[in-house]
Design a protein around this ligand. Structure first.
Ligand code: FE2
Length: 285
């Protein structure tokens, strides 16, 4: 599927931009299904919020259970001072996660595309298994920042194998909070582990390496923006530092993200995302 040049560029940079991967039809169907899921969503009293910084995100039971379910997380800025939604529900959800690739037929069709299995193999993921999916809305005006991080912090295998497929469902621009990545940054160390604590009810962040992650702009210069048109696939190495800014523009920036790991590695039981025995991970493709 990938050319030798593309594989070389992925190995050098830690990411690869593949234009025109998802057709307008496929994007439209996924978007429509995501909107329908939110429409049918009845928020619980607790109202899980996805915080702007993944390190501080709410580690409540709903979040920890969402590895094997479909859950809607609110934008942190969705609520007014009175505690009520400040805009309609469909403009208040940060993302849907984290198992719709196995629980929803439309997401399943999109995710188990044989081309993704080929790409995973091309970039060195042996026996790739789909682990996590997120439909990210990056809502107009309130779409939250996602702090600079490495995905392997949150989805750890030994040896490291997590690889991200990030699909632009809509155009991603500097204005609406596109991805930024640090070329070559995947060759640096993994900085932190995000673990379930021993009781299994909360999470802790365990430092591994004190090397700082790249600073986002305007102070930092190591991250480059990945402005991409709708339909583009960005493949992300699990140790690549990446970041995305708030969306203060009037247009949303929908994206779908699917993470896979190698079936040939160990997946510790302290990872936040755990699946029940009757829901094993399935091979891509
Ligand atoms: Fe990420």
């Amino acid at each position: 599927m990938l050319s030798a040049e593309q594989i070389e560029s992925y190995r050098r940079d830690g990411f690869l931009v593949i234009p025109d991967f998802a057709s307008g039809d496929a994007r439209g169907r996924l978007r429509e299904r995501a909107v329908a899921i939110v429409d049918a969503w009845e928020p619980s009293e607790h109202r899980s919020v996805f915080t702007t910084n993944e390190h501080d995100r709410v580690s409540d039971g709903e979040f920890l259970a969402s590895g094997s379910s479909i859950w809607c997380f609110f934008e942190e800025e969705a609520f007014g001072p009175d505690g009520e939604l400040a805009q309609p529900k469909e403009l208040s959800i940060n993302k849907i996660g984290h198992a719709q690739h196995d629980l929803d037929d439309e997401f399943e069709r999109f995710s188990y595309d044989p081309r993704l299995a080929e790409i995973a193999e091309d970039v060195g993921v042996v026996d790739a298994r789909a682990l996590q999916s997120m439909y990210i809305f990056k809502q107009p005006h309130i779409g939250g920042e996602v702090g600079c991080h490495q995905d392997a912090t949150f989805l750890y295998t030994d040896p490291m194998s997590v690889t991200g497929f990030w699909f632009a469902i809509e155009d991603a621009t500097l204005d609406n909070g596109c991805l930024w990545a640090a070329p070559g940054g995947h060759l640096g160390p993994l900085r932190q582990l995000f673990k379930r604590n021993e009781s299994g009810e909360g999470t802790v962040v365990e430092p591994l390496d004190a090397t700082p992650l790249p600073e986002p702009p305007p102070s930092g210069t190591d991250l480059v923006p990945l402005e991409v048109p709708a339909g583009t696939l960005v493949v992300l190495h699990g140790q690549l530092p990446h970041w995305s800014d708030v969306n203060r523009s009037a247009v949303s920036r929908h994206a779908y993200s699917l993470h896979c790991i190698s079936g040939d590695t160990e997946y510790p039981d302290w990872n936040w995302l755990q699946r029940p025995a009757d829901m094993p991970l399935r091979p891509l493709g």
